[in-house]
Design a protein around this ligand. Structure first.
Ligand code: TXA
Ligand code: MG
Length: 326
């Protein structure tokens, strides 16, 4: 695990304008001092991310919220009280000093207080806000272990804190509370039903009119191997048909029995949404590394509990070129 000395070194790297990869309970982040535009520029360069895309500011405590946001509505305070520290990001009106490099020039800022003990230790030692996107190259599969981060960036990082596997496994839920009505911009680690129970109102879903959330690009989270999302009852037939065409296949299932075909790469994921989410990115990386012609993913059910997983899988499929496969 991470030592006190490593945390002190990481905080010093941030103060010096460097980049530190660190674990959160959702996915690993690529962190820089949120008050240093040049440091944030390094993250964009590493990720290959367009500079107009905003990043989340990570804070140690909810009490720091007023340093970064203005006009904080009671509803935002309620969400912060119930779900922070945790996998929730709030979009609020930004305080005057918040850099355009953080917000992509928008009048809002994304804030999150993560719960992971290593993230907490780093944020407390650093004291300020840490701007951090997910630690993956732009558009690719997010990282849920230090090995994943190394595979993405190698030696290009100033420092990588190894906090083991991320417990949640998919990114935070993003709720825009900057307008008259709370809007869900990205489903994630906190379920919609849990949020609505606290809010006492329904969450609107993001539209073209809401502020840009590039994690919500249609194509995102994509492996390099073409990926297809297929209904459960169609999977066995499709697998047999593609196998007959000598395609090398990788399959991610959660309810189907593995057909007796040699050479098939098959991963059985847990059938509950939380367990499935925990292993999702590691599974996609493993299947991608198997050197297959196509990844077939059994489509999870369309319901609130699976919303975040289904969102990531749909984007992974949209970002791949599986349409080219007959
Ligand atoms: O779980 C997470 O949220 C991880 C960990 C590292 O905290 N971070 C993460 O960051 O997923 P990233 O940059 O990969 O995704 C953040 C999303 C992007 O889609 C971005 O567009 C959106 O948050 N975002 C950031 N600031 C925003 C703003 N002011 N308005 C609307 N969306 C914003
Ligand atoms: Mg991301």
């Amino acid at each position: 695990m991470v030592s006190v000395e490593e945390i002190a070194r990481a905080a010093a790297v941030l103060r010096a304008g460097g980049v530190v990869a660190f674990p959160t309970e959702t996915v690993y982040g690529l962190g820089a001092d949120a008050s240093n535009a040049a440091a944030i520029g390094k993250i964009y360069a590493l990720k290959g991310r367009p500079s107009t895309h905003p990043v989340i500011v990570h804070l140690a405590r909810s009490a720091q919220l007023a340093d970064w946001a203005r006009a904080i509505p009671p509803l935002a305070r309620k969400l912060a009280e119930c779900f922070w520290p945790g996998p929730l990001t709030l979009i609020l009106r930004r305080a005057g000093h918040v850099l355009d490099a953080v917000t992509g020039g928008q009048d809002t800022v994304a804030i999150r207080v993560p719960a992971h003990p290593v993230a907490q230790a780093l944020l407390q030692a650093f004291g300020g806000g840490v701007a951090a996107p997910s630690a993956n190259r732009f558009g690719r599969v997010s990282a849920t272990s230090a090995a994943h981060v190394r595979a993405e960036f190698g030696a290009a990082l100033d420092l990588l804190l190894d906090g083991g596997e991320c417990a949640v496994g998919i990114e935070s839920t993003i709720v825009d509370v900057s307008g008259p009505q709370p809007v869900l911009l990205r489903p994630g680690g906190i379920g919609v039903l849990e949020l609505e129970a606290v809010l006492g109102v329904g969450l609107a879903s993001g539209s073209a009119a809401s502020p840009r959330a590039p994690g919500t690009l249609k194509a995102h989270y994509a492996p390099s191997t073409p990926l297809m999302l297929v209904d459960s009852d169609m999977v066995p037939e499709l697998v047999r048909s593609l196998d007959r065409q000598d395609k090398k296949l990788a399959v991610l299932s959660f309810s189907i029995m593995r057909p007796l075909l040699p050479g098939l790469v098959w991963l059985a994921a847990p059938a509950d949404p939380a367990g499935y989410a925990h292993g999702l990115y590691a599974n996609l990386r493993e299947l991608d590394a198997a050197g297959c012609d196509i990844i077939i993913v059994e489509r999870p059910p369309e319901c609130a509990q699976w919303l975040a997983v289904l969102d990531r899988l749909t984007r992974a499929a949209a970002g791949s070129s599986a349409a080219d496969i007959p």
